[in-house]
Design a protein around this ligand. Structure first.
Ligand SMILES: *[C@@H]1O[C@H](CO)[C@@H](O)[C@H](O)[C@H]1NC(C)=O
Ligand SMILES: *[C@@H]1O[C@H](CO)[C@@H](O)[C@H](O)[C@H]1NC(C)=O
Ligand SMILES: *[C@@H]1O[C@H](CO)[C@@H](O)[C@H](O)[C@H]1NC(C)=O
Ligand SMILES: *[C@@H]1O[C@H](CO)[C@@H](O)[C@H](O)[C@H]1NC(C)=O
Length: 359
């Protein structure tokens, strides 16, 4: 970019682009960024949009190469769409991370999934009266989208989401945001920011007389020592949890018809998800769960059935933090990215009023 002409055209490009800064970067119209120069301009706009700065030119050059690779993958994937409901990818805050870096941070080893356990297995594998669509967000049972930051604590967010859900449903009150940090710091058998399982989180809340409110035990996105004993009042208690029948989509469907459900899946390809129904073409055959999310409902559009999934990567990811994942998928009993594998949900019994009246 030493020639005057190049400088001039770059400036023109900048002027044109700043008019629609975020909308251009995030829009699906990435095709027009083709030449190295245009992609460099896009990279600079992207840095500005996400407040990204690099230590030195060497690092910036390295990040630019990764950004270019990612842009190529995004464009190729978007070009393969066949219907307006198919998913698209886009540039988001993860656009300068290689797939390997992304996996290392956000896809920690979750540890072996708990084995089938007769006491915990879901017995409801048929629910003919379940509604054909449900969205727990519309019923006040889902808190706003949160951000786990650069900490492999997805399992804790999947757990609080499910507890927030059942608590709102059972008490009939608006959902209350609960503390992921308490789970990160206090749940044994899990590894804080290095991954864990929501099953252990449900166990912890059940065994330790509840979980604190978000506001009483703030999220730091770091491993810390357990401060649960300093919390005077726990916000929500549980009576246990159940596991969705292994690889049964009907069992998962029935569970979601009753409450939001924590699931684990292979999320390595979610890095650039932007909108539409994710069909998992890029994760077939890779069954290892690497990520945990919350299913908050299901629906159908033009014959395409999908799950409504709440992620914990902030509101700038996906559709304001949400994702649709294809369901009723006949290609694989484990479902898209093995979402049918290992779901679980907490149990909370309503407090029986007669306890109070019979004194
Ligand atoms: C966080 O704590 C877990 C143990 O609870 C440990 O395995 C892990 O290495 C720690 N991670 C960091 C980043 O300190
Ligand atoms: C909770 O209690 C149950 C039943 O006593 C036990 O099996 C489980 O290991 C406990 N879990 C935790 C996290 O303490
Ligand atoms: C998806 O596609 C990319 C690029 O083609 C590939 O590197 C990756 O291994 C694939 N699978 C997953 C699970 O991301
Ligand atoms: C799955 O798809 C079939 C065929 O389109 C449809 O009849 C059925 O109702 C769907 N099942 C669910 C649980 O949505």
């Amino acid at each position: 970019m030493t020639s005057l002409l190049a400088k001039f055209s770059f400036l023109l490009f900048l002027c044109y682009s700043t008019i629609c800064l975020s909308s251009c970067i995030l829009s699906d119209d990435l095709e027009r960024f083709a030449s190295d120069e245009e992609v460099l301009g896009l990279f600079q706009l992207w840095q500005k949009e996400y407040g990204r700065g690099y230590e030195n030119l060497k690092e910036e050059a390295k990040r630019f190469e990764i950004f270019k690779e990612n842009l190529k993958y995004i464009k190729e994937t978007n070009a393969r769409r066949e219907s307006p409901f198919d998913y698209t990818l886009g540039l988001n805050e993860f656009a300068d991370l290689s797939r390997e870096e992304f996996s290392k941070i956000f896809m920690p080893d979750m540890g072996p999934m708990p084995k089938d356990n007769m006491n915990l297995n879901d017995d409801d594998d048929s629910c003919p009266n379940a509604p054909v669509s449900i969205d727990w967000r519309k019923k006040g049972a889902v808190t706003k989208v949160k951000n786990q930051g650069y900490c492999g604590s997805c399992w804790a967010f999947a757990a609080t989401g499910a507890i927030e859900g059942i608590n709102a449903i059972v008490t009939g009150r608006q959902s209350v945001s609960l503390s992921e940090q308490e789970l990160v710091d206090c749940v044994e058998h899990s590894h804080g920011c290095n991954g864990g399982l929501y099953h252990y989180a449900f166990d912890y809340v059940t065994n330790n007389s509840g979980i604190a409110k978000e506001a009483d035990y703030l999220y730091t996105a770091e491993n810390d020592t357990c401060k649960a004993s300093e919390i005077k009042k726990k916000a929500v208690t549980l009576n246990g949890y159940k596991m969705v029948t292994y690889s049964s989509e009907t069992s998962l469907y029935c569970a979601v018809s009753r409450q939001p459900v924590s699931v684990s899946l292979n999320g390595k390809d979610f890095q650039f998800y932007r909108k539409g129904i994710y069909d998992g073409k890029n994760c077939t055959g890779d069954y290892k769960p690497t990520h945990a999310v919350l299913i908050v409902g299901y629906d159908t559009v033009a014959g395409n059935d999908y799950w409504i999934v709440k992620n914990s990567w902030g509101e700038s990811w996906g559709m304001k933090g949400y994702m649709f994942i294809k369901r009723n998928f006949t290609g694989d009993v484990l479902g898209v990215c093995s979402i049918n594998c290992c779901g679980a949900y907490p149990i909370k019994e309503a407090v029986k009023p007669e306890y109070y009246y019979s004194i």
